[in-house]
Design a protein around this ligand. Structure first.
Ligand code: EPZ
Length: 448
């Protein structure tokens, strides 16, 4: 496996990102392949005994970690730029190693394909993270409804269908919550099950649809992806595929906010506008113009920012993964905005960091009341999760003075070169190691 991928190395862990404020950005930025499609589709390659080619793969720490998990399962991988060649023809015993799975929650998605391919899967229970407990009960209950015997012992999920004829059975599954991961796990499991599986109250996210398209391209029989009811008729085996991943709607939304918060005109592509229609609607409500120049090309034209309310919901509602970025924007929008986070129980931790930069935000349970201020001031801040780190970078670009962001491992997990993309647009950001930073800030140092 090609290891020259972004790794979150110890010295990188210690690095900080310096962001100089009052930035004015301009130009065009390319959107990378969708992280949350890439991770699910990489797990999906385990379903196929032949070679698969995946294109438009983003270079992210999370993608590298998923590659390590697949490699440990016996999958052959070869990476060349944004192309990944995968061959899961000869996968081992279906046991994913704890030390790798514990570093990437999404690697739990391998449980469905392993069970479908081998009839057995031993996958460590993924830990919680900063934004919530992240249980997997919906994944487990769905697999049990398909005939799997599932035991959770010593932090390991042991799933097995060998005692029941060796194959998963199609079944009718109702998800208490339209969980993205559970929907993806069950779609993958059902592709090789016996009979028909119906998933009700399924997640409708574009990444779920992308995974379904990938599986169909391998010969799976799936209908209804993108609606709340998905039907999968099991087939004997799947075949090779050459598949390109959709653009990352969350990165696109993040960069639209970058334009809005710095009062800069930017264009970005490729993007699928209907994947971010709630985001575009909210930006327009805030006072920003969004123009679709071509079917996959958006332009943001800044305007005076005014308050609006946001409630995160499963797709097609407003995405939780853009809540923090919009909070940064609304902290500079005139008036009071109410932001409600309904998807994760602990995804408002960036409020304290934004307040350190002069924002005026109060948290009450799942609600954040944002009272817009005329200006933020640069400050040392800490990223608490992947999307909060992006929100703090955006706030730093708009603030007066310099912001120093710690916790860059979060940023590297989910954004392909966000810093270099923002620098290319005219942003003034640089990653330094603290000792170098101290030297630079010292009187003798040459401060920027
Ligand atoms: C996916 O996480 C994404 N990750 C998340 O993106 C995204 O925020 C989330 O979907 C919601 O859109 C990947 O695709 C790799 P869920 P997932 O299952 O699948 C509860 C990012 O920043 N739940 O839809 O874990 C859960 O606790 C990341 O890119 C159960 O109760 O999300 C949460 O409250 C963050 N039991 C809610 O459902 C379960 O078995 C939504 O979770 C599963 C989930």
């Amino acid at each position: 496996m090609n290891l020259t991928e972004p790794q979150s190395l110890p010295e990188q862990e210690a690095q900080v990102l310096q962001v100089w404020g009052r930035a004015s950005l301009q130009g065009h930025v390319k959107i990378s392949g969708a992280k949350n499609s890439a991770l699910a589709i990489m797990a999906g390659t385990l379903l196929c005994p032949q070679a698969c080619r995946i294109r438009n793969l983003p270079s992210l720490v999370d993608v590298t970690r998923m590659s390590e998990v697949l490699s440990a399962l016996g999958v052959q991988l070869e990476r060349d730029g944004d192309i990944l060649d995968v061959n899961a023809g000869d996968i081992g015993n279906g046991s994913a190693p704890y030390e790798l799975v514990s570093r990437l929650r999404a690697s739990f998605f391998v449980i469905g394909p392993l069970l479908a391919r081998l009839g057995v899967a031993h996958v460590p229970l993924p830990g919680g993270c900063a934004i919530g407990a992240r249980p997997v009960d919906l994944h487990v209950r769905g697999l049990q409804a398909m005939g799997a015997e599932v035991r959770i012992e010593h932090g390991m999920v042991q799933a097995d269908v060998r005692g029941r004829g060796g194959k998963l059975q199609g079944g009718k599954i109702y998800l208490d919550y339209p969980s993205v991961g559970a929907t993806e796990t069950l779609i993958m499991a059902a592709t090789l099950a016996e009979g028909e599986t119906q998933i009700e109250n399924a997640a409708q996210e574009p990444e779920v649809v992308d995974l379904a398209h990938f599986c169909r391209a391998m010969g799976a029989k799936i209908r209804g992806a993108g609606t709340n009811t998905i039907l999968i008729s099991g087939v004997e085996r799947l075949h090779a595929v050459d598949y390109s991943i959709i653009p990352d709607r969350i990165e696109a939304g993040t960069l639209l906010v970058a334009g809005a918060i710095t009062h800069s005109e930017l264009s970005l592509s490729p993007v699928v506008p209907e994947h971010i229609s709630p985001v575009i609607a909210k930006l327009r409500a805030i006072g920003v113009k969004i123009i679709a120049e071509t079917p996959d090309h958006l332009r943001v034209i800044p305007g005076a920012l005014r308050a609006t309310d946001i409630e995160t919901l499963p797709y097609p509602g407003f995405p939780t993964d853009l809540q923090a970025q919009f909070m940064a924007l609304l902290s500079l929008s005139e008036g009071n905005s109410l932001i409600t986070e309904t998807v994760f129980e602990n995804r408002l931790r960036h409020v304290a960091e934004l307040n350190r930069m002069g924002a005026n935000i109060r948290v009450k349970g799942r609600h954040a009341i944002v009272h817009g201020v005329p200006m933020l001031s640069g400050a040392p801040v800490v990223a608490t999760d992947l999307r909060a780190s992006a929100a703090l970078v955006l706030a730093g670009l708009a603030a007066e003075g310099k912001t120093t962001l710690q916790g860059l491992s979060h940023l590297d997990r989910g954004y392909e070169n966000l810093e270099s993309k923002l620098r290319q647009l005219g942003g003034n950001l640089q990653r330094v190691t603290p000792e170098a930073k101290e030297r630079e800030d010292s009187p003798s140092g040459v401060a920027q």
